[in-house]
Write a new protein. Structure first.
Ligand code: ZN
Length: 136
């Protein structure tokens, strides 16, 4: 990468720390309600379905489909100037939640709603590995 401006990184806090620790191991985890089984993302304090606070972090499949997508042709932050155009997608995970992320290893002209995708991890530094998705 030729530019000098670092990309903004996700904020890791006590609530989402297990998600980012798992990502460093290249595992995708979500909170799951022990009472009703509902998966939630992003991390929260209670279940969105039944309001229970009995949530556990569980490994999920890493598979899903593209719910919707767009291509960024303009760099809205200077750190992304070398990467435009690139795809931003909403992946609907098999477990239910939708994750805003990037699609990689896919020509932009081939992106389709409903396309099956799987998670891959991009190591940014010692703390952050970003979950991204590629076609299956
Ligand atoms: Zn619940």
């Amino acid at each position: 990468m030729s530019n000098q401006v670092p990309k903004p990184l996700p904020g890791v806090d006590e609530l989402n720390k297990p998600f980012w620790e798992a990502a460093r191991r290249h595992e995708l985890v979500l909170q799951r309600c022990r009472k009703c089984g509902f998966y939630r993302y992003p991390a929260g304090l209670i279940c969105q379905e039944c309001a229970s606070d009995d949530l556990a972090w569980v490994k999920v499949s890493g598979r899903g489909v593209i719910f919707t997508w767009t291509v960024f042709h303009r760099a809205y932050h200077p750190a992304f100037a070398d990467e435009v155009p690139y795809a931003v997608v909403a992946v609907e995970l098999e477990e239910g939640p939708r994750m805003i992320t990037n699609l990689v290893d896919c020509p932009l002209a081939e992106i389709k709603i409903g396309m099956s995708v799987e998670v891959v991890f991009e190591t940014v530094n010692d703390q952050i590995c970003l979950p991204k998705f590629r076609p299956v």
